[in-house]
Design a protein around this ligand. Structure first.
Ligand code: GDP
Length: 486
């Protein structure tokens, strides 16, 4: 990027920061980002968080709520007109009325909540909470801002040719062999190559449960850009130091790559990411654990990619975008209701290990960081179930119908799984010599992909849903909001 782009970013961000500050003075405002890879649990968490602030519930660790200092929370019109609204009402209806999980996050959305509370020292105040839910895949694009098209091509192709990915990249690499970057640009050819490149990225993610993800992030999670020309580029096999002849395929792809950076990546970081005060990163650690050591290593690599966005040093030109630092980051392992409560602490220990290793390369990240294992919406209960002579701790819930991995559960009112225990010492999972092979059901079955329906939630006389059951949601709320409601 040129010095000029940098100045424009700087100016726009400064203007936006001043506007944010003015608003902050008028009424205290907190911008909370909710992110995570696809299916990590963003929609469910965001819905549950808003619901808990509006309806309360059993939240002993969330002090302001527990002490009765939160008078209420109201939805308000959001500040950014250009961003879709998080569809809270319909997500609650899906969860409570249909007992189905709501539709997952596919693009950025936002919701503003005004929380009326009584500070511990007395009086009345309002905290304006702006919640921004966005796909974690988009964070993978940050390194692109610093790359030329030639660098992006070289890097992407060396990964595509690495042994693990090569089998998945076959058709894409074959198309590259048949193409000539210096030849005349041809729209159908560009589209075909871009489509094969997209298929290859999608195959990489499908192949591994947790997906070691590769940019461009919008190729995996296009949001509103699905099918748009900004996404019809791909890396090309370029000779070292090759200039792009005008009118060539090379020139066309290069132009689109630059357009992607300028019109898609940079605005997202400048207008959204750089303005966040707090951030929760949701991680489906359990799926990776279930799938075994390769998936766990893969998850770690994916996290490493995502966390780059959280550890930009001051000496990089990118730091202009990150002057306003995110003050607190919470990493949360989701869906803890698939485990017995004795495994919740071990799950946190595993997550801490994953995140520590990914953050180890940080150049003084500066944010306060914590980890938690939670279930935003608890779909199961615990029971002791007799198996032969033994009584085993089990997780009981209503299986979702139509899970082709677990047909035998179709139509059952309730099913019990025996999740077994997570190791107390997470090192066992990270050391191949110790022979960890993925989790298995304590009774020898495979419970990996069993999904439970959301729980029964009652409604009050006015038809409002009563609080939803959860695991440790209150800890997340206390870490993210507690100090601002004192
Ligand atoms: P997103 O892609 O990050 O928005 O993920 P979602 O919030 O849509 O969650 C993906 C799926 O994970 C849901 O459809 C549920 O099946 C499951 N899930 C998410 N959160 C929970 C939870 O707290 N408990 C349980 N049991 N399942 C959850």
């Amino acid at each position: 990027a040129s010095r000029f782009d940098w100045l424009i970013d700087e100016a726009r961000l400064t203007a936006q920061t001043l506007l944010d500050r003015a608003e902050e003075l008028a009424s205290p405002t907190l911008r909370l980002g909710i992110t995570g890879l696809s299916r990590a649990g963003k929609t469910v968490f965001t819905t549950a968080l808003i619901h808990a602030l509006m309806r309360g519930g059993r939240l002993p660790v969330f002090r302001a709520m527990h002490e009765g200092r939160i008078a209420g929370a109201r939805l308000e019109p959001q500040p950014d007109d250009g961003v879709p609204r998080f569809d809270y009402e319909s997500h609650v209806a899906t969860l409570v009325d249909d007992r189905r999980w709501p539709e997952s996050t596919r693009r950025i959305s936002e919701l503003r909540l005004a929380v009326d509370y009584a500070p511990a020292r007395g009086g009345r105040r309002t905290l304006t909470l702006d919640i921004v839910d966005y796909p974690g895949e988009w964070l993978l694009d940050l390194p692109l801002l610093d790359q030329t098209y030639a660098e992006f091509s070289a890097k992407s192709l060396s990964l595509a040719r690495a042994p693990a990915r090569r089998p998945l990249a076959g058709p894409f690499l074959a198309a590259l062999e048949a193409s000539n970057p210096a030849g005349t640009a041809d729209e159908p050819e560009a589209r075909r190559i871009a489509a094969l490149f997209t298929d290859y990225l999608a195959a990489c993610r499908a192949e591994t449960v947790s997906m070691s993800l590769l940019p461009p992030g919008r190729f995996l999670m296009p949001g509103d850009l699905e099918g748009s020309p900004a996404l019809t580029f791909a890396p090309l096999d370029l000779p070292e130091g090759a200039e792009a002849p005008s009118g060539s395929l090379h020139a066309m792809m290069e132009r689109r790559f630059e357009a992607y950076k300028e019109r898609v990546v940079r605005p997202f970081f400048r207008d959204h990411f750089a303005r966040l005060d707090r951030q929760i990163v949701l991680i489906d650690v359990l799926s990776a654990l279930n799938a075994g050591p390769a998936a766990l290593a893969d998850l770690e690599a994916a996290l490493d990619g995502i966390l780059t966005a959280f550890r930009i040093g001051r000496n990089s030109w990118l730091s202009a975008l990150f002057r306003h630092r995110i003050g607190k980051v919470l990493f949360a392992a989701t869906k803890a209701d698939h485990l017995h409560h004795t495994s919740h602490d071990p799950l946190e220990a595993i997550l801490r290990r994953l995140v520590e290793r990914a953050l180890a390369r940080a150049e003084g990240a500066g944010a306060e960081i914590d980890v938690v294992a939670l279930a935003a919406v608890r779909a199961t209960r615990e029971a002791m179930v007799k198996r032969g002579r033994a009584h085993l701790p089990a997780i009981v819930g209503v299986p979702e119908a139509g899970q082709h991995d677990a047909d035998e559960f179709d139509g059952l009112a309730e099913a019990a799984v025996f999740p077994g225990d997570l190791p107390e010492n997470p090192s066992a999972l990270f050391d191949p010599a110790l022979g960890f092979n993925g989790l298995s059901d304590a009774s020898g079955g495979d419970f990996r992909f069993l999904r439970f329906r959301p729980p029964v939630v009652e409604r009050n006389a006015e038809g409002l849903a009563l609080p939803m059951p959860h695991i440790r949601l209150d800890r997340a709320l206390e870490f993210l909001l507690g100090d601002r409601l004192k």
